[in-house]
Design a protein around this ligand. Structure first.
Ligand code: NAP
Ligand code: MG
Length: 495
């Protein structure tokens, strides 16, 4: 609850009574039908892995095992790629766009119909707040299928005066931060353009991709058009190195992106790589400050900071620095960290123990580098992997917390005086995925967007996504674009 008091210079100050708690509002788990064991989805059927090995996927909010999932090795990858090749040659590339579109629409509608189940499973398996999986991940995933279903019979309009031919078999590898949404980003444009797919979800979040496999089976998609194989990095590497794969679509870390680039060098394989980020969020003195602060909070604490385009570096114009910092400190004190299934929760669980350790490592580095840390005083649950929202001030541009991707709820705050100075600072990282600008002045927005080396620049908002807009990076954030028309062109050869 907020109360007000007068400060020395007689302005009103908002004070938050943090002892005031919301009554718990947990979403029921009962809708989530999770099997004890999952096999691989190859050629339209769930089949055992050749090693017969399974690995556990846990709920990071309480460390309980949710299910055991088959571990695909190179033999299984080979089976999946061969199934995709046969489906491509015999069925999918010959099918008319109109017919392909019908299947994709069907998948879109089925994702929508089972939205609640998907949202609960996404939250259980990955730790993200139910509000996000319910209001963002699942609807946006369905929208991607709808959007690309619409293009399937209109490729001649997408690429006027050219003939768009599919590339063949796409090997798709996705991370754990948006498991269902990343699967939709990858599968929908590939199918719309006539390619077939072998998709590997991340080891810690395989469940919604496997649910999607069930839907794909129910939708009667011809066997082999989409294959979903689970496993860890080695499974991904086997897919990348398989000679039967024509295109790699990868979303993940810059380190693995570089490994993939080396692995496919000298082959005919095409690739799109969506990699890490270190986005700058920039507040000018003429910005609507409350709105900007809310945008910054959303930009870095949304999904625990597990967002490649998270606004992890904040630059504030000197004249408003004190005000912005006070507002940010007040605001993080009100953020609710805890049970991801609770509809009040703002910050859920960190995806894995390993990721929590990485975040803690960076928090320590920040302190050792001489930056000043401020954390929310909230209590953390006794079990599971959680991290308090954390701010760092007095940060040097060269410090590791300002240069390296942390992928957690940690924000560095620096100041600037002029536009040129902040452009220089914002561009001074190896990454270039996204950025944000907060100002009342349109000309400043145009100046900034043209000079910032970032694939997406949001103005007076942050982390907004739409299937119709392209997304992708500069520099070490990767190459190629997903979403919109650009996303289609990554899956076709134009003749
Ligand atoms: P990661 O370690 O690179 O893993 C990504 C995927 O690649 C996972 O499925 C992983 O399997 C697999 N993989 C690991 N080693 C591999 C190898 N040698 N060959 C082929 N595949 C391999 O990244 P992450 O930690 O899961 O995800 C976080 C990263 O993704 C961050 O850097 C973030 O910025 C980036 N990201 C980028 C975007 C974007 O659009 N640019 C979007 C989301 C996330 P396992 O998980 O089973 O090990
Ligand atoms: Mg999990």
């Amino acid at each position: 609850m907020a109360t007000t008091s007068k400060t020395k210079n007689n302005t009103l100050k908002l004070k938050f009574d943090t002892s005031w708690n919301y009554a718990p509002a947990p979403e029921s788990k009962s809708i989530a039908a999770i099997k004890d064991k999952y096999d691989l989805f190859i050629n339209g059927a769930f089949v055992k892995s050749s090693s017969k090995k399974h690995f556990k996927t846990i709920n990071p909010a309480n460390e309980e095992v949710l299910s055991e999932v088959a571990d695909a090795n190179a033999t299984d990858v080979d089976k999946a790629v061969k199934a995709a090749r046969t489906a491509y040659d015999k069925v999918w590339k010959k099918m008319s766009g109109k017919e392909r579109g019908k299947y994709i629409y069907r998948i879109a509608r089925m994702v929508q119909e089972r939205a609640r189940e998907f949202a609960v499973i996404e939250t259980l398996d990955g730790g993200k707040p139910i509000r996000e999986s319910r209001d963002f991940d699942v609807p946006t995933a369905a929208n991607h299928f709808f959007y690309y279903a619409g293009w399937a019979d209109k490729l001649e309009y997408a690429f006027p005066n050219r003939k768009a031919e599919p590339i063949g078999v796409a090997g798709q590898i996705i991370p754990w931060n948006f498991p269902l949404l990343m699967a939709a980003w990858k599968i929908a444009p590939a199918l719309a353009t006539g390619n077939t797919v072998v998709l590997k979800p991340a080891e810690t979040t395989p469940l919604t991709a496997l649910k999607l496999a069930e839907i794909i089976q129910e939708a009667d998609l011809p066997p082999g058009v989409v294959n979903i194989i689970t496993g860890a990095g080695a499974t991904g590497a086997a897919l990348v190195n398989h000679p039967g794969v024509d295109k790699i679509a990868f979303t993940g870390s810059t380190d693995v992106g570089k490994i993939i680039q080396r692995a496919i060098a000298g082959t005919n394989k095409k690739a799109t790589l969506e990699l890490g980020g270190k986005a700058a969020n920039i507040i000018f003195e003429d910005a609507p400050l409350d709105q900007a602060v809310e945008g910054v909070i959303n930009g870095i604490f949304f999904n625990q900071g597990h967002v490649c385009c998270a606004g992890s570096r904040l630059y504030v114009q000197e004249s408003v620095y004190k005000t912005v910092l006070r507002k940010l400190k007040d605001r993080i004190e009100t953020l609710i960290v805890g049970d991801p299934l609770d509809k009040n929760t703002d910050i859920g669980a960190i995806n894995s123990k390993q990721q929590l350790e990485t975040i803690h490592k960076y928090i320590k580095i920040g302190q050792q580098e001489g930056a000043e840390m401020h954390q929310s005083s909230c209590a953390l649950p006794g079990k599971g992997f959680f991290c308090r929202p954390t701010l760092f001030t007095n940060v040097a541009q060269s410090s590791r917390i300002a240069q390296e991707e942390i992928f957690g709820p940690v924000l560095t705050i620096q100041t600037f005086r002029t536009e040129d100075e902040v452009i220089e600072k914002a561009n001074n990282t190896p990454y270039g995925l996204s950025a944000g600008v907060w100002t009342d002045k349109g000309s400043k927005i145009f100046n900034m967007t043209t000079k910032m080396r970032a694939g997406v620049v949001w103005a007076n908002t942050f982390n907004k996504f739409d299937p119709t807009s392209p997304f992708g990076g500069y520099k070490e954030s990767g190459y190629g674009r997903e979403g919109g028309l650009h996303g289609l062109s990554a899956y076709v050869n134009l003749i």
